[in-house]
Design a protein around this ligand. Structure first.
Ligand code: MD6
Ligand code: FE
Length: 206
């Protein structure tokens, strides 16, 4: 039988954050980026920089370069400083929707500007794959592509608007997904436009 679509454990909460909550979270993230500037990580196979700029908050940050590949690191690769704390509002969203008793260890910050997009991928660099990934969208709308757990299987696209939250847990934890494009000018939340996506993760197994 074909896998169900969406895969079990996929949940979408459009409009979970109202405009005031979006503004407050965006301000917290932009302040954090002053301390931990966004950079373009290098994809290990091609050696090319990702079009999405990234930074992190939390004890561990996701990073990638040619020599080390995809991994989690305790310090910002350019400043050498520990990552800033995860914004309290983001932790509150995790507690509300994750259904997981432990706090996230990583908040990956994806920054989309100037036509940036993200290819279809699975998130599997974490030792703890039983915990969900919680994703929060801010700013311009994005066209998100969601598939199943096998590369090359059927996919569907859904729009992610500012203030919406996704949970990828259960079977959906290893679903392929990506961002086909961001609809420039669709939101006025972020100064200068663009989109910010936060993904909250458990990384280690307790
Ligand atoms: C993005 N999101 O929305 C990219 N990963 O910019 C992801 O890569 C993602 O939305 C794991 C779980 C949920 C996600
Ligand atoms: Fe992902």
């Amino acid at each position: 039988m074909a896998d169900p679509f969406p895969p079990d454990g996929f949940r979408q909460y459009p409009g979970l954050l109202d405009h005031t909550a979006q503004q407050a979270l965006a301000a917290a993230v932009l302040a954090l980026l002053d301390e931990a500037p966004a950079y373009h990580a290098t994809m290990p196979k091609s050696g090319r920089p990702m079009s999405v700029a990234m930074s992190n908050a939390g004890r561990l940050g996701w990073y990638s370069d040619r020599d080390g590949g995809y991994r989690y690191v305790e310090r910002h690769p350019q400043t050498g400083r520990p990552w800033p704390a995860i914004p309290a509002a983001a932790l509150g969203i995790w507690r509300q929707v994750a259904g997981w008793p432990d706090e996230p260890e990583c908040c990956l910050i994806n920054l989309y500007r100037d036509g940036a997009k993200m290819g279809l991928h699975q998130d599997r660099d974490e030792a703890e794959l039983a915990a969900p990934v919680v994703s929060i969208s801010l700013g311009d709308e994005a066209v998100f592509r969601l598939g199943g757990t096998l590369r090359g299987g059927p996919t569907r696209s859904l729009k992610l608007a500012s203030g919406g939250v996704l949970v990828l847990g259960g079977a959906a934890r290893l679903a392929f997904h990506g961002i086909d494009r961001v609809l420039g000018g669709s939101s006025r939340l972020l100064p200068g436009g663009g989109r910010i996506n936060l993904t909250l993760r458990r990384v280690t197994r307790l």
